[in-house]
Design a protein around this ligand. Structure first.
Ligand code: NCD
Length: 263
């Protein structure tokens, strides 16, 4: 229990920054907004965390989580679907099958479009969650060594994170190999994108883990296949479950920003 009897009881720097956040999120934020989750590919974390973020901010969600039950199954093109949903809602979260589709949607949309992954293109909100995770850990986003292990070519989370970390040293390990990974601050593993034609598998083995520095963190956007053994989940270097939680918080930040009264 925390009493606030004297000003000496207050953590002033914390409350100043907390007040600033609350002002931006809850005071300037326009309530009663409706978000459409329009997903042409499967999703657990991204669609649910956007929905949860919207509900936590006091908004509502229209979910089209399986386009096969929408007019897409009748041959409707992306532009028409976007224009249609834009007349019913205030922003659209779009996950699409082909790189460039989010930009195509944004071009015709009357409401903001948030790219929730476009084929093997980008996945900006996952990257924002990743950056938040890295920043919480190291207090900076530069002068870090980041090793990406997995599907570099088709992993959209890798593409966006790579773009967002211009001032870090980066290693890319995209072949199945048993060798030791380079010493790093961050290890970012990804799944093989079989649905985009990638093959093979990546596994973090005991001999890799032995060489991961104690201060380092292991991240994965999930879903995982066999990249990280479940027995590693309790290792103090595992950060993938925190990454999900950070995804929710960051999506609240993104939505609050989009719906801010100041815009
Ligand atoms: C990723 C995606 O959809 O790109 N998932 C996610 O949103 N966290 C990663 C993946 O599917 O491999």
């Amino acid at each position: 229990m925390k009493h606030l009897v004297s000003i000496s009881d207050a953590d002033i720097p914390h409350l100043l920054s907390s007040a600033h956040c609350i002002e931006n999120t809850f005071i300037n934020y326009k309530f009663n907004k409706i978000l459409t989750n329009l997903f042409y590919e499967p999703s657990t974390r991204t669609s649910s965390s956007f929905a949860s973020a919207m509900y936590k901010l006091g908004g509502k969600v229209i979910s089209i989580n399986d386009v096969n039950y929408s007019s897409v199954a009748k041959g409707e093109n992306l532009e028409d679907t976007i224009r249609t949903m834009g007349t019913f809602c205030d922003a659209i979260v779009l996950r699409s099958r082909t790189a460039g589709e989010a930009a195509r949607a944004a071009f015709v949309s009357e409401v903001p479009v948030i790219n929730a992954g476009d084929g093997n293109g980008e996945h900006p909100t996952q990257t924002l969650a990743d950056l938040y995770t890295i920043h919480k850990e190291f207090g900076r986003l530069d002068n870090l060594t980041v090793t990406f292990v997995g599907d570099i070519e088709n992993g959209r989370t890798v593409h966006s994170l790579d773009k967002a970390l211009p001032d870090c040293e980066k290693n890319f390990i995209d072949t199945f190999d048993k060798s030791i990974w380079p010493a790093s601050d961050v290890y970012y593993l990804t799944r093989v994108q079989k649905e985009r034609g990638s093959e093979g598998s990546y596994r973090m083995r005991k001999e890799h883990i032995k060489h991961i520095p104690e201060h380092a963190i292991v991240m994965h956007p999930f879903p995982r296949n066999e990249e990280i053994p479940t027995w590693f989940d309790n290792d103090p270097r595992a950060r993938y479950f925190q990454q999900m939680r950070n995804g929710l918080i960051m999506r609240m930040a993104v939505l609050a920003d989009i719906f801010s009264n100041e815009k």
